[in-house]
Design a protein around this ligand. Structure first.
Ligand code: GDP
Length: 385
C-alpha cells in the first residue's frame, strides 16, 4: 500500500514537470529569435532605420548581430548661382505687383496733371525708394513725358525701366570677392541683426559656392545661440562643407572665427564664411565685437567681404540698422533678404544710397537655393512687367 502511494506521488510530480517543460519551451524559442528589448527600442527611435550599433555585447549570451552603420545621405548638388534671379523673377514680380502696376497705370494716363505726378511720387516713396530718389525719378519722367512727348504703354514702360535702372545702378560692380589668395582662402564675414536671415544666408551662400565647384568651410561665430551653430551644421552637412563651432554657448566669437580661418588654411579650402552674432546692444559693443573678430582673422588671412544682411520687409528700421553696422565695420556688400515677401523693392535703391555699397545678393524665398546674385535688370523687369 505504501509503495502504491509513493508511486502515485512520483507520477503526479512527473506529470507536473512535463507540463511545465511543454509550457516554457515556446517562450524560449521566441526569446532566441528576437533582439533584446534595448536593441528593439533603438531601432524604433531611428524611425525603422538600422540602429547605430555595431555589435551587441557578448555578455547577453545571444548570438552577435552585425548591423551596418546608417548611410550618410548623399550630398546635394546645388544648381548654378549665376542667372538665378531670372529664374526667380516671377516670385519677385508677384510681391512687387502693387508697386509696378500702379506706376504703369498712372503713367499710361493721357495728360498727367500735378496730382497724378504727386501720386507717382507717393507710390515710389511707399515702395521705400526714399524721398530724394523718388523726386528725382518723377522729375526725369515728367521731362520725358512733357518735353519729349513719350506716349503709349510700351513707351512709358521703357522710360520707367530706364529711370529705375539708373537709380538701381545697372552697371555697378556686384561681384563677390571670393577669388582667394593663392594658398589662402578668401574670407567672407557675414553680419546683421538676428532674424534678418543671416545664418540662412551663410548656409545658402555656402551651398551656392559648392554648386560652383568651390570648397567651403563655415565658422559658427554666433556663439550666443547654439541653434545658429546647429542650423549652420545642417546646411554644411547637406553639401559636405565643414563647420567649425564651439561646444560652449557664449564662447569668444573671435576665437571661433580665428579657428575657422586656421582650419580653412590647413584644409586648403577656397572660401571661409563666418557667421556672427547680430546683437544690437550698443554701438560701441557691436564695434568692439566685430572689430575684434576682423582683427583676429586678419592675423591669418584677409577679410575679403563683409556682407551686411538686411531684411527687406523692415523698411526704415532696416536702414537704421544698416547705418549702425556700417559705422561698426567696413561693409563691402549687402544681402537683402525676404524680397519675395514685400512690395517695397525700393529699399534696394535706398540702402545703396545710404551706405554707398551695392546690393550683391538677394533672398527670394525660404528654399535652399533661393539666394541669388542681384541682377538689376531682372529686378527692374520684375517691377515693370
Ligand atoms: P538670423 O537670426 O539672422 O540668422 O536669421 P535666420 O537665418 O535664422 O532666418 C530667419 C527666418 O527668415 C527663417 O525662417 C528663414 O527661413 C527666413 N528667411 C531667410 N531668408 C529669407 C528669404 O529670402 N525669404 C523668405 N521668405 N524668408 C527668409
Amino acid at each position: 500500500m505504501e509503495y502504491l502511494i509513493i508511486i502515485a506521488v512520483l507520477a503526479a510530480l512527473l506529470a507536473v514537470a512535463v507540463a511545465g517543460l511543454l509550457l516554457l519551451a515556446p517562450r524560449r524559442r521566441r526569446a532566441r529569435g528576437a533582439p533584446p528589448p534595448a536593441a528593439r527600442g533603438r531601432t524604433g527611435e531611428a524611425g525603422g532605420a538600422p540602429a547605430a550599433v555595431g555589435t551587441l555585447p557578448p555578455a547577453t549570451g545571444l548570438p552577435t548581430l552585425e548591423v551596418p552603420p546608417p548611410q550618410a545621405p548623399p550630398l546635394e548638388v546645388p544648381p548654378p548661382f549665376a542667372g538665378r534671379m531670372v529664374r526667380l523673377r516671377d516670385r519677385l514680380a508677384r510681391s512687387q505687383t502693387a508697386f509696378g502696376s500702379a506706376l504703369l497705370g498712372l503713367l499710361s494716363r493721357d495728360g498727367l496733371d500735378e496730382q497724378g505726378w504727386d501720386e507717382i511720387e507717393d507710390i515710389l516713396i511707399t515702395a521705400d525708394l526714399g524721398v530724394g530718389p523718388a523726386r528725382q525719378v518723377v522729375e526725369e519722367l515728367r521731362t520725358q513725358v512733357k518735353v519729349e512727348g513719350v506716349r503709349g504703354p510700351e513707351a512709358v514702360r521703357a522710360m520707367l525701366r530706364e529711370d529705375l535702372l539708373r537709380q538701381v545702378g545697372a552697371d555697378d560692380d556686384r561681384s563677390l570677392r571670393i577669388a582667394g589668395h593663392g594658398d589662402r582662402p578668401s574670407v567672407v564675414l557675414v553680419v546683421g541683426v538676428n532674424g534678418t536671415g543671416k545664418t540662412t544666408a551663410c548656409g545658402k551662400l555656402a551651398r551656392a559656392l559648392v554648386g560652383e565647384g568651390k570648397t567651403v568651410l563655415l565658422g559658427a561665430a554666433d556663439t550666443f545661440r547654439a541653434a545658429a551653430a546647429d542650423q549652420l551644421q545642417t546646411w554644411g552637412a547637406r553639401v559636405g562643407a565643414r563647420v567649425i563651432r564651439s561646444d560652449r554657448e557664449g564662447a569668444d566669437p573671435a576665437s571661433v572665427a580665428f579657428q575657422a580661418v586656421a582650419e580653412g588654411i590647413e584644409a586648403g579650402v577656397d572660401t571661409v564664411i563666418v557667421d556672427t552674432a547680430g546683437r544690437l546692444h550698443t554701438k560701441t559693443g557691436l564695434m568692439d565685437e566685430l572689430g575684434k573678430i576682423k582683427r583676429v582673422i586678419e592675423k591669418r588671412a584677409t577679410v575679403d567681404e563683409v556682407l551686411l544682411v538686411l531684411d527687406a520687409t523692415t523698411g526704415q528700421n532696416g536702414l537704421r540698422q544698416a547705418r549702425v553696422f556700417a559705422e561698426a565695420v567696413d561693409v563691402t556688400g549687402i544681402v537683402l533678404t525676404k524680397l519675395d515677401g514685400t512690395a517695397k523693392g525700393g529699399i534696394v535703391v535706398a540702402v545703396q544710397r545710404e551706405l554707398g555699397v551695392p546690393v550683391k545678393l538677394v533672398g527670394l524665398g525660404e528654399g535652399p537655393d533661393d539666394l541669388a546674385p542681384f541682377d538689376p535688370r531682372a529686378f527692374v523687369d520684375a517691377i515693370t512687367s
